[in-house]
Design a protein around this ligand. Structure first.
Ligand code: PLP
Length: 423
């Protein structure tokens, strides 16, 4: 199903999600792509099989007269459902290519594996998703890769300060940003990080700028348009959107995505045809869902911000436009998303009472699904983060993270209102 024709750039991404990269003629004219449950594929001739194997293993590049548009080899390299999903996802960021993975963590880990070597330094925004934090601080160091954090509260100046250290500047392989970051909702300036990376260019080589775009992307923030090299996703969240699959993705230039795909094929982290089929189904309603989620989140955040039991609300829709965060938002994002970090008056006991009394909103980790979820980062998603780093990152006992779904906003507000009575 590798449709030969390019995406139609005169159409909006949402208009292409139902048709692009799938040719019904190759599948009994089924309107929806069938699920290709096969681990291996037959060749039309031995010569064709050899040529394809050479190209996908990177032994040579494809010749203009060669056609591999409907050629596959083995399920660990790629499969038709995977290709449809990757090509459709790439449209949202106008990316040259995309690669899907078994999970968001696999997309992140494979990026580090593919583009870092022992001795390299990885400069990253702090805080990060709990799993990423563990990977950065407790796994990469075993491979002599040092992670240096930049607190998001220190803004652009914080990144410049870290890169001003010549021992760091000489060895940075990747500048890794999670924006907005999980769980405190602070943003990193992607364009600024790209400018910093370019200043470090030496002999045609510079650090890659990689952005975890899970919270806003791909609809409301497109890091590649701001010069980032790779945009990464936990597709488990908004892209999947129904809390029923685990998946990850990377978007970027073909050259970089090609390296990730080779690494993925060799180490085996390809999502199943079933997962890819569900992801493709989900892309059809991605914008519809995310728009509805933002509308609900705006109303919930406004309600929380005026509530006497609430200390403060970190929500992109409530930023002061004159602050650095407000300026980054205006430059980089087209809507504030549906993640709300609410700091209650009190500590763990108050947070727990609030969570235990929610009725419509489900108490669970994860985010981005069509149902609203609430969780306590300090004791759930970020429990493995060092206490010191947790406090630096504003992951206090008073913080509750909300992911707003597509329920009626007034029902969500009623539920939050009754639960706050117990705080
Ligand atoms: C969930 C999440 C991840 C990890 O994704 P999985 O699909 O759970 O592996 C990475 N980054 C962010 C920001 C996330 O929210």
């Amino acid at each position: 199903m590798k449709a030969k024709k390019p995406a139609d750039s005169s159409l909006k991404p949402e208009s292409q999600m139902m048709r692009y990269a799938y040719d019904p003629e190759l599948a009994s004219h089924a309107v929806k792509p069938p699920m290709y449950l096969t681990s291996t594929f037959s060749f039309t001739s031995a010569e064709h099989g050899k040529a394809y194997a050479e190209v996908i293993n990177g032994l040579r590049t494809q010749r203009p007269d060669e056609d591999f548009s409907n050629t596959y080899i083995y399920g660990r390299d790629t499969n038709p459902n995977l290709e449809i999903f990757e090509r459709r996802l790439a449209i949202w960021e106008d990316a040259e290519a995309g690669a899907a993975f078994e999970s968001g963590m696999a997309a992140i880990a494979f990026t580090f594996l593919a583009f870092l070597s022992p001795g390299d330094i990885l400069v990253h925004s702090e805080p990060t998703y709990g799993g990423t934090d563990f990977l950065l601080k407790s796994i990469l160091n075993r491979f002599q890769i040092r992670a240096v954090g930049v607190n998001m509260k220190d803004g652009r100046a914080g990144l410049e300060k870290v890169l001003a250290d010549p021992t760091v500047a000489a060895k940075v392989g990747i500048i890794y940003l999670e924006s907005p970051c999980n769980p405190s909702n602070l943003m990193a300036d992607i364009g600024h990080a790209v400018a910093c990376a370019k200043k470090l260019e030496k002999n045609g080589k510079r650090p890659l700028v990689v952005v975890d775009n899970t919270f806003l992307g791909p609809v409301f923030q497109q890091p590649l348009r701001h010069g980032a090299d790779l945009s990464l996703y936990s597709a488990t969240k908004y892209i999947g959107g129904h809390s029923d699959i685990l998946a990850g993705a990377a978007l970027g230039r073909s050259e970089l995505i090609g390296k990730l795909k080779l690494m993925r094929a060799m180490l085996g982290a390809i999502p199943s045809p079933h997962t890819c089929w569900l992801l493709t189904r989900s892309l059809e309603t991605l914008k519809l869902r995310m728009n509805a989620q933002v509308e609900g989140a705006k109303r919930v955040a406004a309600y929380l911000a005026q509530h006497p039991k609430v200390e403060r609300v970190n929500y992109l829709g409530l930023l002061d436009p004159h602050s650095e965060q407000g300026q980054i938002y205006a430059k980089q994002c087209s809507a504030p998303g549906a993640m709300i970090s609410v700091y209650l008056k009190g500590g763990e006991a108050e947070s727990f009472r609030f969570l235990n009394h929610l009725k419509l909103i489900t108490m669970a980790v994860s985010l981005g699904g069509n149902e609203s979820l609430a969780e306590h980062p300090a004791s759930m998603t970020h429990i493995e983060v060092d206490l010191e780093d947790r406090l630096e990152g504003d992951i206090t006992d008073a913080l509750v993270r909300l992911s707003i779904g597509i329920e009626a906003p007034e029902d969500l507000i009623d539920d939050i209102g009754q639960a706050l009575l117990y705080v």
